[in-house]
Design a protein around this ligand. Structure first.
Ligand code: FMN
Length: 310
C-alpha cells in the first residue's frame, strides 16, 4: 500500500510531516554525513539574527534526568553569512527550508523576513518569539518573552506578515499559564502555522560550590522529560486554532511522533534527541509511514488529530 505523507503549511507543501527543531540541527551540514537530509519534510535552521552572535559564555549545557538544559543564547552566523554560505548547501541538496528568525525588536524581525524572501533564503519562516536564553535572568520580570503576551504575539505576527508572503510560523513558549491565547492571537494576526513548544525555563545548582551549573543561571529544558507537557499543549492548541500546528518536545522515536500527530500536530520536529541519535529524524519518518500502512491510513492527514476520547 502506498501512503501519501504530504502535508501543507499555508501554500507550502511538505513531502512529509517530519522536520527538525531549530537550534538542534545547525544548518544541516554535519547531519548530511549520516543521511540524505532532503528526505525530511523540511530542515528548520538555527535561529538567524541580523548580526552574527557568539551566544552566552560557558558552561551553557547541562544534562538533566531525561533531558538537557541549554543556555546557548542564539549563537549563529547571522543572516548574511547564512545566505552566502549555508543556504547554497541546503538548496543544492534540494531541501525544503524553514528559516527561524530572532530579532531584538519588531523592525529586526521585519528586516530578516524581507531579506529571506528577497534572497530566496527560505520556503517558510519560523518566528522565534520564545527564546528563554537572551535576557538577563535577574531582570526577567521586567523583560518577559514576546510569546508570553498574546497581545505582543499579535503585534509581532501582524508586523512580520506585512513584510512577507512566505508561509509564516509563529513559535510559542510553554512558559505560560495558557498556551491557547497566544496561539489564537498568532492565527488572528495572519500566521499560517504555530510551532510549539520551545524550551521550559529551568535551572540546576552544583551543591558543592552552590553555584548555578549554567553561567547564565537559568536555561531551557528540553528532551523526553518535557514530552507529556508539550503533547498536552499541542493537543490544546490544535483544538483551538484552524491553522496547522508543528509539534515538538522530547520526540525520540516514531511512537513519540505519532502521539503528537494523533494529538493534532500536522508536522513534528525532532530536537535534542539528535544529539544522542543523529538518525532519529529519518527513523521517525520511516516509522510514521509504517504506522500508516499498518493502520490502513492512505494519507498521513488521516492520523492528524485522530485522538479518540470516550
Ligand atoms: C541546544 C538547543 C538550541 C536551541 N536553539 C533554538 C533556536 O535557536 N531557536 C529556536 O526557536 N529554538 C531553539 N531550541 C529549542 C528547540 O527548537 C525545541 O523547541 C526544544 O528543544 C524542544 O524540543 P526537544 O525537546 O525535542 O529538544 C533549541 C534547543 C536546544 C536543545
Amino acid at each position: 500500500m502506498s501512503v501519501s505523507l504530504m502535508v501543507k503549511i499555508g501554500n507550502l507543501t511538505l513531502k512529509n510531516p517530519v522536520t527538525v527543531a531549530s537550534g538542534t540541527f545547525g544548518y544541516g551540514e554535519e547531519f548530511s554525513e549520516y543521511f540524505d537530509i532532503s528526505q525530511l519534510g523540511a530542515i528548520t535552521v538555527k535561529s538567524l539574527t541580523l548580526k552574527p552572535r557568539l551566544g552566552n559564555p560557558p558552561p551553557r549545557i547541562v544534562e538533566t534526568p531525561a533531558g538537557m538544559l541549554n543556555a546557548i543564547g542564539l549563537q549563529n552566523v547571522g543572516i548574511e553569512k547564512y545566505l552566502k554560505e549555508k543556504l547554497p548547501f541546503l538548496r543544492d541538496k534540494g531541501c525544503t527550508i524553514i528559516a527561524n528568525i530572532y530579532g531584538t525588536n519588531l523592525e529586526e524581525y521585519q528586516l530578516l523576513a524581507e531579506m529571506l524572501e528577497k534572497e530566496n533564503g527560505a520556503d517558510a519562516i519560523e518566528v522565534n518569539l520564545s527564546c528563554p536564553n537572551v535576557h538577563d535572568p535577574r531582570f526577567r520580570n521586567k523583560c518577559p518573552l514576546i510569546a508570553q503576551s498574546p497581545e505582543w504575539v499579535g503585534r509581532y505576527t501582524a508586523s512580520v506578515r506585512e513584510k512577507t508572503s512566505l508561509p509564516l510560523i509563529i513559535k510559542l513558549s510553554p512558559n505560560v499559564t495558557d498556551i491557547i491565547e497566544p496561539a489564537i492571537s498568532a492565527e488572528k494576526s495572519g500566521a499560517d502555522a504555530v510551532s510549539l513548544v520551545n524550551t521550559f525555563l529551568g535551572m540546576s545548582i552544583d551543591i558543592r560550590t552552590r553555584r548555578p551549573k549554567l553561567k547564565n543561571i537559568v536555561g531551557g529544558l528540553s528532551g523526553p522529560c518535557i514530552r507529556p507537557i508539550a503533547l498536552r499543549m499541542v493537543w490544546e492548541v490544535s483544538k483551538a486554532v484552524n491553522i496547522p500546528v508543528i509539534g515538538m518536545g522530547g520526540i525520540c522515536n516514531p511512537e513519540d511522533a505519532i502521539e503528537f500527530l494523533i494529538a493534532g500536530a500536522k508536522v513534528v520536529a525532532v530536537g535534542s534527541y539528535v544529539f544522542r541519535d543523529p538518525y532519529a529524524p529519518i527513523r521517525v519518518l520511516k516509522g510514521i509511514e509504517q504506522y500508516c500502512i499498518e493502520h490502513g491510513a492512505k494519507d498521513v492527514n488521516e492520523i492528524v488529530g485522530s485522538l479518540v476520547i470516550q
